[in-house]
Structure formats: structure tokens, C-alpha cells
Design a protein around this ligand. Sequence first.
Ligand code: DAH
Length: 337
Amino acid sequence: MLGELVVLKEGVYEEIRQARSLHELEEIRIKYLGRKGIFTSVFKCLVRIPKEERKEIGRLANEIKNKVEALISKKKTKIKRREEDFLKRSSIDITLSPPLPDIAKKHPLTKVLDEIIVIFEGLGFQIEEGPEVESSYYNFDALNIPASHPARDMHDTFYITDEVLLRTHTSPVQIRVMERTKPPIRIIVPGKVYRRDADISHSPMFHQVEGLLVDEDTSFAELKGVLTLFVHRIFGEETRIRFRPSFFPFTEPSAEIDISCVMCKGNGCGVCKTTGFVEILGAGMVDPEVFKAVGYDPERFSGFAFGMGVERIAMLKYGIDNIRLFFENDLRFLEQF
Ligand code: DAH
């Protein structure tokens, strides 16, 4: 029995020495010191040993058991300390919060478009849409743009066939809506338009919002009121507004609307080319020829229309000097909004 105890002692000491983790150490503890462990059976065996030897063997077994307990506890502390040291040395800071996922933001054009829509919805305008691939009838003829008009020049328009093209403005939706409904009409038409033009302020694809109001009794004063309110809401109450006589084939009279330059507050700068004003809208009273094209009686109905470029408004609102920034999808740009 003495010999067996010596072998047991050597074995368990070695196992403890070899243990690499707290888990391994716990398994050793259960194996030797647990309720059904090796030391329990050693003490059970003692009764079968002659009395004179029992005392000596019992003392030795107890001594070994106490030593095993002490070794396990010492080793436990050692492993724990080693793990802590490892975490400290490796540059992982386990208390650091994980990086937050990138949360998508609205594109600046979507933000401006949303704002425009909310303003006009508040005035009772409904949203309409139309096709981007359009016929030359809707894009030009029905809008009183004769075949000789410069807008028909190949330079501006992407033609698919002689009769089919990419719409160059949202105005054809005026015709489509008037063809299928009767006045009163009060709509805005947001959408993409296409022109063969590209530089820092022109993109071959850009966005417009068209507006159309038709009723029995409308006036230029009403148009002025609506657009003034719109400008004040989107650019701020302090913005000054100027109506300048102009020409569009589908409106008569026509106007271009300027606002006091948002960059220099009207003092004159590069953006407004020192004039203090920048153009943001085309508008006018619907031309009787347009009403005739959709079968409305121009004696009975009158209306006004307007059209604006969304990129232009966004560029002025946010001080962006290059239209291409909207379409490059560079996060360093997009994250600023
Ligand atoms: N369609 C014109 C353009 O793209 C903008 C425009 C001007 C729209 C006057 C209108 C309007 O409805 O009345 O340049």
C-alpha cells in the first residue's frame, strides 16, 4: 500500500504540473478529490489494512491529499494570472465598445425632394408620375414646341427613334394628366429627365419637379403666391424673390424666377456671377395651345405651371459647387448630410 501511495503521489503531482487550463485543473480535482474520487476510495481501503500499518498509511494519504489540494489551488492562481497577463499584453481591449455599423443616410437629393413634396402637399398638390421614355408628341408637340424649336436639336435630346426619346423635362406629364382627368387639377411631378449635356453644373440625367394647377379661375397672382411661399419655406423667409419675363412655348405669359443668392445673401459672388440673384424656376400661365391639345376649353379654364431642377436647389441649399458629386456615391460626400 505504501508503494502504491508513492506512485499515486508522483502521478497526480505530474498531472497538476502538466495542466494548461482551468478546465483541465478542475478535471484533475474531480478525479482525485471528488466525492467518488481516488482519495475517497483510498480512505475506504484503510479499514482492510492491519491496525499497526493503518495509522502510518492514513497519515501519509492525508498528507498527500492536503498537498494535492494546495498544489491545485496554487496552479489555479498561476493559470489565472497568466491569462490576465496575456489579455493585458495583447492589445485587445475587451472593455472597448464594438464599432457601430454604418447607418444609411438619405441622399441629399432625396432629402431636398422630400422637402419639396411636403411643401406642395401642404398646399393640396397631389403627386403624379410619367414615363422617362417618352414620345416626341408628349415631350414637344403637345407642349406647343414646334419642330424648329432649339430644344428639339439633337444636341439636347437623347433620341431612341425619330418618335421616341428620353424625356428632356417633366412637362409632358402635364399633358398625360390633363388627357385623362378633368379640372380642377393640382399636381406636382417629381422625376428624372435627360439631356445631352455634361459639365460641373449639368448632368446627362437630373431631376425636376413640375407643377400644374388648372381651374376655372386662376391667376398669375396665385402662381406668384404659391412660388413665393415655396421659396420662403425651402430657402428661408429672408430670401428675396424676383419674377423676370421669359419665354416658354407652353406658357404665356412666362417668367423665370430668381432668388437672392443664398451664398452671398445678394451682395454678389461667384455663384450668382456678382448679380446677387440666382435663377431657380421657370413658370407661367398655361398656353391656350396646350389646353387645345388636351381638349380643354381655353375660354373656360386657366392654369399655371412651373418647373424646377432638384439638383440646382440642392446645390444652392447646401453650397455644393459640382453636380457630379451627387452621382459619384462617395461616402465622404454623402455622410455630410
Ligand atoms: N420644362 C422647362 C424646362 O425643363 C421648365 C418649365 C418652365 C416648366 C416653365 C414649366 C413652366 O411647367 O411653366 O426648362
